[in-house]
Design a protein around this ligand. Structure first.
Ligand code: PBG
Length: 364
C-alpha cells in the first residue's frame, strides 16, 4: 500500500479516508444524552399538546368595544382601525346580535358625538336622550341577555377632549367637580339599562361616589367595571380618532392626560389603584392597555381575588393590522397569541376589537 509521508508514523492513506468519511459524527445514532427529563415529550403531537394546554381562550372571555353614531348613515370605517366602523343604532343592534350568535356575551359602547354637541363642560353627557342612552335602550330591548357596558367619562362630550371638567386656570382637571358629574352620568346610564358602568376617567374617589349614587337611586344591581390601572398611554391614538377626541391639549386644558392617568413607569401605583377601587366597591377591576402591561395584569392578579378585565386598546389592534398589511406579520396568528398572552398573564376577560373575528375563529 502506498503511503504518504504520514506513513512514517504508521498511518495509511486508507485509514485517513475511513476516518474522514466518519466526520462529522452522526449524532442521533451514536450520541445519546443520559436525560430522564425531556419536556419535549409533551409537545410531540397536537393531541398531547391539547392535553397539557394551560390557558384556553373562549368567546365568553371577550367584551367587544363598539362605536355608535347618530343618524341613519352607512357604517363609517375608522381609518386607523381596519375592520372597525362606527355604527348607527340600528346597525349597532345588528352587530350585537352577530356577536351574541358567536358567543360573545358583552359589549362596551362608545358614542361619537357631532362636534356641535360638545362644550367645555361636556353638558351633553347628562342629556336624558343623548346618543349613548338611546343606543343602550335599543340594544337591551333587542337583546336583553347581552351584557351592556358604557364608559363613564366626559371625553366624548367635552370640546377639549378631556375626561372631566377643567380647573379655573385650565391647567388641570377638577377632581371632585368631575366626580359629581360622573355620578349623575352613571345613574343616567343605569336608568337606560346598562349592566355595568365603566368609569374610565381616573379621578380619585369616583368608584365609591358612583357606587353610592347608584345605590341611592335604586340601582344596586348595576355593576361597576372600574378602569383601575389605566395608564397615560400613547396606544390610545386610534380610539381618539374613532370618537373624535383628537383635540386634547390643542384647544384648552392640559396637553395630555398625565395628571390623571397612570405613569407608564409605575407598577406599585397600579396595584394601589386596583386595591382602592376594590375597596370603594368595584365589581371588576381593569388594566389598560393590556399587551404592553402584562406584568401589571399579573401584579393585580396576585394582589386581589377580584375578576380582572384587560383592555387590548386601539393602538395594540392597529399595530398588528399595520404589520400584517405590510406582509410582516400573520394577523390571524399574532392576534390569537396576543390575546392568549393577556389571559395567561391573569386577565379573566378581555376588551378587544378582535372579539368578533377571534370568536368566529374559535367557534370553527
Ligand atoms: C376615554 C377612553 C379612552 C379609551 C377608552 N375610554 C381614551 C383615553 O383615555 O384617552 C381608549 C380605548 C382604546 O384606545 O381602545 N376615557
Amino acid at each position: 500500500m502506498r503511503t504518504c509521508f504520514l506513513g512514517k508514523f504508521g498511518v495509511s492513506l486508507w485509514k485517513i479516508a475511513v476516518l474522514w468519511s466518519e466526520y462529522p459524527p452522526t449524532m442521533p445514532d451514536k450520541f445519546k444524552l443520559d436525560l430522564p427529563i425531556r419536556p419535549r415529550r409533551l409537545r410531540r403531537t397536537a393531541a398531547v399538546r391539547a392535553l397539557v394546554e394551560e390557558t384556553i381562550l373562549r368567546p365568553a372571555n371577550f367584551i367587544a368595544p363598539l362605536f355608535v353614531v347618530d343618524g341613519k348613515g352607512a357604517p363609517e370605517p375608522v381609518g386607523s382601525m381596519p375592520g372597525v366602523s362606527r355604527f348607527n343604532i340600528a346597525d349597532l343592534v345588528k352587530e350585537c346580535r352577530a356577536l351574541a350568535k358567536l358567543g360573545v356575551p358583552a359589549v362596551a359602547l362608545f358614542p361619537k358625538l357631532d362636534a356641535s354637541y360638545k362644550d367645555e363642560r361636556g353638558s351633553a353627557a347628562l342629556h336624558d336622550s343623548t346618543l349613548i342612552v338611546r343606543a343602550v335602550q335599543a340594544v337591551k330591548k333587542a337583546l336583553p341577555e347581552m351584557v351592556v357596558m358604557t364608559d363613564i367619562a366626559l371625553d366624548p362630550y367635552t370640546s377639549h377632549g378631556h375626561d372631566g371638567l377643567l380647573t379655573k386656570d385650565g391647567r388641570d382637571l377638577a377632581n371632585d367637580e368631575t366626580v359629581e358629574v360622573l355620578m349623575k352620568m352613571a345613574v343616567l346610564h343605569a336608568q337606560a339599562g346598562v349592566d355595568f358602568v365603566a368609569p374610565s376617567d381616573m379621578m380619585d374617589g369616583r368608584i365609591g361616589a358612583i357606587r353610592g349614587a347608584l345605590d341611592e337611586a335604586g340601582f344596586s344591581d348595576t355593576a361597576i367595571m372600574a378602569y383601575s390601572s389605566k395608564f397615560a398611554s400613547a396606544y390610545y391614538g386610534p380610539f381618539r380618532d374613532a370618537v373624535g377626541t383628537m383635540k386634547i391639549g390643542k384647544v384648552a386644558g392640559p396637553s395630555d392626560k398625565r395628571t390623571y392617568q397612570l405613569n407608564p413607569a409605575n407598577r406599585r401605583e397600579a396595584i394601589t389603584e386596583a386595591l382602592l377601587d376594590e375597596a370603594e366597591g368595584a365589581d371588576i377591576v381593569m388594566v389598560k392597555p393590556a399587551g404592553p402591561y402584562l406584568d401589571v395584569i399579573r401584579d393585580v392578579r396576585e394582589a386581589t381575588r377580584m375578576p380582572i378585565a384587560a383592555y387590548q386598546v386601539s393602538g395594540e389592534y392597529a399595530q398588528l393590522h399595520a404589520a400584517a398589511k405590510m406582509g410582516w406579520l400573520d394577523l390571524q396568528k399574532t392576534r390569537m397569541e396576543s390575546l392568549l398572552a393577556i389571559k395567561r398573564a391573569g386577565a379573566d376577560m378581555i376588551l378587544t376589537y378582535f372579539a368578533k373575528d377571534v370568536a368566529a375563529e374559535l367557534g370553527k
